[in-house]
Design a protein around this ligand. Structure first.
Ligand code: BGC
Length: 759
């Protein structure tokens, strides 16, 4: 509906009706205003399936919802490193929404995995904001193609469950922008989600739900978001402050309490009615967009969607290790151990919990194909196995050609609402794996978990296949991958650390309940491990295949790039093995200008290609200026220093295959105002003052002691001299009697004239 018509409707609404429209009718529905033809529309969770509740409702996944297909959770989907796949899954989700009359799907969720302990990491994509943003944008495009909306969540810096409704995430502007907002920014700019869900927590002391800087200044003014902002369920602290800050819709219903507050705030002159009108307009815009394209008769084929979920998971699973035991042959004598083979864990707990259409475990998936010996070994839902269970499993494993152990985290280990406290698998699983390794050389581990776990036995087993929480088709996917009917091509969207103590936020997670300080700053995930040179179990981007790929002939479209220009990176990738397979080419940028405080390298592009044996394809990745920039707090904008940058084409963050250099021609330099404490180095680095400073230094030459011979002592003293001069503030020139006070004042004026563009 066009804006004029919506404004006309708003002009006919009473103040009470307008205030009412800004909060839900119940848990899932918005209010109707029947006399004006405004219908009540429904929203549902998300993100990896439809949790549409028709009976008793709740926002924590406690009561039953309709049967829907459970697709791979974001932790798995991100592992595909395939935006096309995220769009395909979005497409299925959108179709389900339309058929179920759901106007907005509450997802995707792009919060960064700051610590592997966060209980909701399984719902999030990555430790890397670029990957998270690209996957979310693609998923949104797929869903919204069906004229239903998405709600990109949880905005922002919501990276833990501990005290999630009150705790303040405290972080620097640079950290916020580079790590915690970038994924939202990419998704908002590239895919225009209908809505954004603001998070429960505070950001630097201000509730996200009443944070004007986030909800208006950044989201709308900078990124040009034009949808509505909805609160996370129960995230409203002060409703009127929230409305003023840019929070349009409160969910769930406030039972009229907040509506009355809004009415009295307008009547009492506390806020202008126009603020309310704007919120109503944003909500109605999307309500009508949905109803005007509604298809009440639409249906979808659950079986077909189930197949799509299983196919997708084949692209997501990550082969972490393979000494050659995989793929298996259906002729081998194989033992399946662990109840996850029968009852897989394929989704996490909380508001994203789907009532699945049909779940098949890996054991059932072998039916009609091969016979395996199955021993439960340990239960899927708890931490205790009896000695008899363990004994029986060890015995069966010892007699087989290969033992495949289906391990993972029980439901209670990771869920919305609370964080993990350690990264261990249940002890009984670790014990069983160790014991089986003593009697069997061919041990394959299939993992079902939403977030990294410590793998103390990694060097002893032959293969590890990470399925993550792979959706209801996880069993079929595991079956196809184990026997080589599908070729693994997933890549880790997060680092698997050696141990919890190595993780970047270890000392500052989850804070004291009131505050959590993001002291590791931008050094999250691989940005941290690489800089600290810490060994990791498996690096970001890692994942094996049953074939091999060779990278050759990297080409850059230019030798240099200026702001506003794009750089095309091309690399030829050849499948040198004997099976078809897919390779996710990753492009990282590394700052070689010597700028302090930057990670070693950062992911700025990725593309997955499928290749038949012997086939070569050219992968093309386009980089823009943002690929080189970081957020400069002093300038209040994105910036990169002029100079050299390495473009790395990589198989994983730890496996760079080809490197090329490009020059970035910066359009600007950080501002400088000279005073008596400005250093010679600052003046030499600034293009406006560089020449004048060099000239000044050469005029001092005769007064500065010079090294006379090539002796080591002299080399040291001249190095010391050099550093002392470079680090000296202008006032030190007076102390060193190189100039007097009046000359210094004259110099300051002269430098400032140059700095402000004069001559
Ligand atoms: C979650 C959201 C969810 C909402 C509605 C909240 O508890 O944080 O992700 O969309 O409930 O169920």
């Amino acid at each position: 509906m066009d804006k004029e018509k919506i404004r006309k409707i708003i002009s006919e609404m009473t103040l009470e009706e307008k205030a009412g429209l800004c909060s839900g009718a119940d848990t899932w529905r918005l209010k109707a205003v029947e006399r004006l033809g405004i219908p009540s529309v429904m929203v549902s969770d998300g993100p990896h399936g439809l949790r549409k509740q028709e009976g008793r409702t709740d926002h924590l996944g406690l009561n039953e919802s309709i049967k829907a297909v459970c697709f791979p959770a974001a932790c798995a989907l991100a592992s595909s490193f395939d935006a096309g796949l995220a769009q395909k899954i979005g497409d299925k989700l959108g179709e389900e929404c339309r058929a179920e009359n759901v106007s907005v799907l509450l997802g995707p969720a792009v919060n960064i995995k700051r610590s592997p302990l966060c209980g909701r990491n399984f719902e999030y994509f990555s430790e890397d904001p670029f990957l998270a943003g690209k996957m979310a944008a693609a998923q949104i495009r797929g869903i919204q193609k069906w004229d239903v909306g998405t709600s990109l969540k949880h905005f922002a810096a919501n990276n833990q469950e501990h005290c999630r409704m009150t705790c303040s995430s405290n972080l620097s502007e640079r950290t916020l922008r580079e790590i915690y907002l970038t994924a939202f920014e990419i998704a908002v700019k590239e895919a225009k989600p209908w809505s954004i869900m603001c998070s429960y927590n505070k950001v630097n002391g201000v509730f996200a739900s009443e944070n004007k800087k986030l909800l208006t200044d950044i989201l709308r003014d900078e990124w040009e978001f034009d949808g509505f902002v909805v609160s996370d369920w129960g995230a409203v602290n002060e409703r009127v402050d929230g409305l003023e800050a840019g929070l349009d819709l409160e969910m769930p219903s406030s039972e009229g309490i907040q509506d009355a507050r809004i009415v009295s705030a307008v009547r009492g002159g506390r806020i202008p009615e126009s603020v309310l009108d704007t919120a109503v307009e944003r909500i109605l815009d999307k309500v009508f967009e949905y109803v005007e394209h509604e298809h009440p008769e639409a249906v979808f084929d659950r079986e077909e969607h189930h197949g799509a979920a299983a196919e997708a998971e084949k692209e997501c699973a990550v082969l972490l290790k393979n000494s050659g035991v995989l793929p298996l042959s259906r002729k081998q004598k194989i033992a399946y151990i662990g109840e996850f083979a029968e009852i897989p864990r394929y989704q996490g707990g909380g508001s994203s919990h789907i009532n699945p259409w049909r779940v098949n475990g890996a054991l059932a998936a072998t039916e009609g194909k091969n016979k395996v010996i199955y021993v439960k070994g340990f239960p899927h839902d708890s931490d205790c196995a009896s000695e008899e269970e363990i004994e029986a499993a060890v015995e069966a494993a010892g007699q087989a050609d290969v033992a495949v152990i289906f391990a993972g985290l029980p439901d209670s280990y990771e869920s919305e609402g609370y964080d993990r406290t350690h990264l261990r698998l249940p002890d009984c699983q670790n014990r069983l794996i160790e014991r089986i390794c003593r009697v069997q050389d061919n041990v394959v581990i299939v993992l079902h978990n939403g977030s990294p776990v410590e793998l103390p036995w990694a060097d002893k087993v032959s293969a590890i296949l990470e399925m993550y929480l792979g959706g209801e088709g996880v069993g079929e996917a595991a079956d196809a991958l184990l026997y080589g009917e599908a070729n693994p091509s997933g890549r880790l969207p997060e680092t698997f650390p050696m141990c919890l103590e190595h993780t970047p936020a270890f000392l500052n997670f989850p804070g004291d309940g009131e505050n959590v300080d993001y002291r590791e700053e931008v050094f999250v995930g691989y940005r941290y491990y690489e800089t600290k040179k810490l060994p990791v179990r498996y690096p970001f981007g890692h994942g094996l295949s049953y074939t091999e790929f060779e990278y050759t002939d990297m080409r850059l479209s230019a030798k240099s790039i200026s702001p506003g220009q794009k750089l095309t990176v091309q690399v030829d990738v050849k499948n040198t093995g004997k099976r078809s397979g897919s390779e996710a080419v990753q492009v990282y940028i590394s700052d070689r200008t010597g700028t302090p405080g930057r990670p070693i390298k950062e992911l700025k592009g990725f593309e997955k290609v499928s290749l038949a044996p012997g086939e070569t394809k050219t992968v093309e990745i386009i980089l823009d200026e943002r690929a080189f920039q970081w957020y400069h707090e002093g300038m209040g904008k994105w910036y990169a220093k002029a100079g050299s940058y390495a473009v790395c084409a990589a198989h994983s963050s730890a496996d760079v295959r080809l490197v090329a250099e490009v020059d970035y021609e910066s359009g600007c330099v950080p501002p400088l105002k000279a005073d008596k404490n400005t250093t010679i180095m600052q003046l030499l680095e600034h293009p406006a003052t560089k020449a004048a400073t060099a000239q000044m230094l050469s005029s001092f030459k005769s007064q500065i002691p010079q090294s006379r011979d090539g002796s080591e002592a002299n080399a040291i003293s001249s190095m010391m001299m050099r550093e002392m001069v470079l680090n000296a503030p202008l006032r030190a020139l007076v102390n060193f009697k190189l100039i007097d006070g009046t000359a210094m004042e004259r110099l300051i004026v002269q430098f400032n004239t140059l700095l402000s563009g004069g001559k």
